[in-house]
Design a protein around this ligand. Structure first.
Ligand SMILES: *[C@@H]1O[C@H](CO)[C@@H](O)[C@H](O)[C@H]1NC(C)=O
Ligand SMILES: *[C@@H]1O[C@H](CO)[C@@H](O)[C@H](O)[C@H]1NC(C)=O
Ligand SMILES: *[C@@H]1O[C@H](CO)[C@@H](O)[C@H](O)[C@H]1NC(C)=O
Ligand SMILES: *[C@@H]1O[C@H](CO)[C@@H](O)[C@H](O)[C@H]1NC(C)=O
Length: 343
């Protein structure tokens, strides 16, 4: 971590736009569940019953958090790995997750350590809360598997981004195979920055695959997807250069779409939540701030799926451990923001 901290100090650049002077919408952000200090919550997916599945980067664990009762339960630990990363629902209550070795202490990956697993929670029982857990395939060519998403109409396919190699793989869950879906310059790490981390969050929405590249412009881009689930055109720019401030040069991590097609982007390690109007190519800071403690180190976001929480954006955080502020590091958590209450 200290290595990473020093590295980020080197990356620090001045920015024209200032951070919000006071954290925005803080009073609207609630903590659903907080893990102990030095727990980096990396990603999440929501079950049809509303429970939250959360992945951790510092241990190979998948947790389930009930946003109603606030109960948290470790549902499975994956063998032979240190981290769980991107997660997505592929079929009803059936999830795929990327597993491998990435260290936030050294900010480095172990190439060749990555694999894709599925968790069938439709088969879960009280005594077997993890349902059926299956290793689908190793992805030996991968440098750093990070964001993962499903593709509408393709129940046997997941896409997973490689932040190190700067490619997207397709994983065929039935054939248990992996191959390159798209290799594009827009997915690569920025060679002039110390953090060699390119494509980060990925999600399919409205016939496109959207992505964030943390350090390289375009910050947010998209690729059209055809009815066979294949790329059907060149990468398009959505947001070329993030207009929101970043002391670290890192312009975004992961994101969620709302019902109106806006992207809600987590900007770890800027501690900002940003709403992007895709049609207008504009963005606005919704929450957070330089020394914010409500969403410090926000890593990913997802909307609730029940009638009661369909407007609630659940946000995972690493507690600011990637870029400690003077306000200190806290345990990573799941926070909740009801966007219908925003002005
Ligand atoms: C939390 O972890 C950070 C990073 O290791 C450490 O600097 C800090 O002292 C810890 N805070 C507490 C309250 O233990
Ligand atoms: C990944 O980490 C696990 C747990 O520390 C270790 O057993 C395994 O050998 C590592 N994999 C590689 C490829 O280094
Ligand atoms: C652990 O991972 C290493 C590297 O990916 C692999 O060579 C080894 O077979 C794995 N061991 C087990 C028990 O899966
Ligand atoms: C790569 O990073 C540097 C330093 O942050 C930045 O000035 C440059 O614009 C980036 N390149 C692209 C293509 O985004």
């Amino acid at each position: 971590m200290y290595f990473f901290y020093l590295l980020l100090q080197l990356l620090t650049t001045s920015t024209a736009l200032a951070y919000p002077s006071a954290p925005l919408n803080d009073r609207l952000i609630k903590t659903v569940y907080q893990f102990p200090n030095e727990t980096w919550v990396e990603n999440l997916a929501i079950r049809p019953n509303g429970k939250i599945l959360a992945t951790l980067i510092g241990s190979p664990d998948l947790w389930q958090i009930d946003p109603k009762s606030k109960d948290a339960q470790l549902i499975t630990s994956f063998p032979n790995a240190t981290s769980t990363l991107g997660i997505a629902e592929v079929r009803e209550d059936f999830f795929a997750v990327a597993v491998g070795n990435w260290s936030y202490v050294t900010f480095s990956t172990t190439p060749g350590s990555y694999s894709i697993w599925t968790i069938d929670l439709s088969a879960a029982t009280t005594s077997q809360p993890c349902g059926r857990v299956v290793k689908i395939t190793d992805v030996p060519q991968a440098g750093f598997l990070n964001g993962l998403c499903s593709v509408p109409g393709q129940p046997d396919t997941v896409l997973v981004g490689d932040s190190d190699k700067g490619v997207i793989y397709q994983i065929n869950l039935a054939r248990r195979s992996s191959s390159i879906w798209l290799d594009d310059p827009a997915f690569k790490p920025n060679t002039t920055v110390a953090a060699q981390l390119g494509i980060n969050g990925i999600h399919s929405h409205g016939g496109y695959l959207y992505f964030v590249n943390s350090f390289l412009r375009p910050t947010i881009g998209r690729v059209p997807i055809n009815k066979h689930g294949k790329p059907a055109g060149p990468v398009e720019r959505v947001i070329d250069q993030s207009p929101w401030p970043s002391n670290t040069g890192d312009h975004g991590d992961d994101f969620a779409f709302d019902k109106d097609g806006n992207m809600w982007v987590t900007a770890d390690p800027s501690n900002l939540l940003v709403k992007v109007n895709v049609a207008k190519r504009t963005s606005v800071i919704v929450a957070g701030g330089l020394n914010d403690r409500n969403i410090a180190g926000d890593t990913a976001a997802a909307f609730g799926r029940t009638n009661e929480d369909e407007n609630v954006l659940y946000i995972t955080t690493n507690g600011g451990i990637a870029y400690p502020r003077k306000t200190g590091v806290e345990g990573g958590k799941i926070a909740a923001l009801d966007i219908s209450r925003l002005r």
